[in-house]
Design a protein around this ligand. Sequence first.
Ligand SMILES: Nc1ncnc2c1ncn2[C@@H]1O[C@H](COP(=O)(O)OP(=O)(O)OP(=O)(O)O)[C@@H](O)[C@H]1O
Ligand SMILES: [Mg+2]
Length: 272
Amino acid sequence: MEQIEQLQEQLKKQEKLASLGLMSAGIAHEIQNPLNFVINFSKMSDKLLNDLTEIVEDHKDKLPEDDREDLEDIVTDLKENMAKIVEHGERAINIIQGILLVSRGKENEFRPTDICKLVKEYVWLSYHSMRANQKGFNLAIHESYDTNIPPVTVIPQDLSRAVLNVMNNACYAVWKKAQTAGEGYKPEISVSVVIHDGNLRISIGDNGEGMTDEVKQRLYENFFTTKPIGQGTGLGMGIIRDIIVNKHGGTISFDSVEGEGTTFTFTIPIKK
Ligand SMILES: Nc1ncnc2c1ncn2[C@@H]1O[C@H](COP(=O)(O)OP(=O)(O)OP(=O)(O)O)[C@@H](O)[C@H]1O
Ligand SMILES: [Mg+2]
């Protein structure tokens, strides 16, 4: 009975959280419109200021020197203010879109996505959470993003989970190696996003502990982990395979040398 009561308590909490999520998504969505007005009117006012400057320019000989200078100063200040309004308004829009992405994004929803931005965001999220947990440990991240990649249609929530999982594994692998390797060891992770043969390719490589043959074979097994209890559940790779292979019709390949490092590559066909 006690357990049932606990579960009911938990359910209630979850329901509350879910409705809170819906509510914040609703608010975020509604705020977007007025914010867009603020930004657009600031941009329009900026153009009007340009027109005003031209008119003043045409008649400048009719104005006393002092007034002309004052006028120019005011116009410059006004233009700077407009730019600030636009800049901060756009910042607010970005924050709101972040909230919408987290709370509203339906599961399994394919959406055109800026892949480099997504990968970068989750790579650094993983890095910072590792740094928070392993005080004093650091590693170098090398990033290479093809800047010409158009938005690719993926399930952003899922792809970001996959990136986070691989990145977490890579961080762990270099941290693990650093525990035994000598002074000269420099932990490194390389991330790249490219389009190759009509496929999107995301690679995350580390120079960590690498994998033994047994690990390579059992990699995708649910609950297979080499990490101590409490540090790994052994579900990460299975989830990644579900996301990349089953949901996106892609493939996962890896290259790993025991003691030297591992690189995982997701290859995802680009949907037309
Ligand atoms: N980059 C890597 N370098 C070395 N070993 C790796 C790497 N990625 C995965 N592995 C091995 O594969 C195992 C399974 O990985 P998986 O992500 O499925 O589980 P996990 O990381 O142990 O736990 P979690 O469920 O928290 O992800 C890991 O325990 C580790 O031994
Ligand atoms: Mg993992």
